[in-house]
Ligand binder design. Sequence first.
Ligand code: KIV
Ligand code: NA
Length: 265
Amino acid sequence: AVPISVSTLAAMKSRGERIVSLTCYDASFARLLDSAGVDLMLVGDSLGMVLQGHRTTVPVTLDQMVYHTACVSRGCERALLVADLPFLACATPDRAFDAAARLMQEGGAQVVKIEGGAPVMEIVRRLSDQGVPVCGHLGLMPQSVNRLGGYRFQGRDHASAEAIRHDALALQDAGAVMLVLECVPAALAGEIARTLSIPVIGIGAGVECDGQVLVVYDMLGLNSGRPPSFSRDFVTGRDSIGAAVAAYVAAVREGSFPAAAETPF
Ligand code: KIV
Ligand code: NA
């Protein structure tokens, strides 16, 4: 299969073809997701929660992100490989450059994802200028959970929606090649996806984004009894993990996931 690049995703957006993404943390899942046709594999720092059992993504270290990214890259041939910069990796440009270099050179990441708006804008620009493809991440930013006081939908009032709209455009101007919108109202996410030229991948952000991403364990029904309201269990009623992933890929491609019931706002 022809490997996916950032230009493949841009072309998919312009053709109106939905982009399918899942998180991935190891080589076996990478092989499975890759052969199921997942376009974008995200080594998310959600691994701190689903693999390590922490309550947040804050404890995840750069070493751990590099390790899991390298594991995934060995099983990934077609999908574009995106890795999260962990908590505070953007606190200084030096740290950000070191983190991006390690994720790409040791881990094999092709894109690095950075949470934040204005505070990381200059770093996004500098990384982009140096040839690092950056994926932005706005809306609910889990690395800020201790400051936010919980995992809540964002962009529900006028000022907050306006800030997300503004940051999304600023990230595109700074050179970001794509954007993840997490837990924002569907109408806002759809508007941003139509405004930006770069692909917008949603999670808990309605069906009008250019693509969808879920934490793979959530869509396999593997969680501590409280799946996120915007997720769907694709495994129940199917006889293998492969069949569940195939059903997710099909549902995202045809626009039947997320449905209204999986779109809280
Ligand atoms: O860490 C993660 O899994 C993520 C996605 C859910 C977007 O950032
Ligand atoms: Na993340």
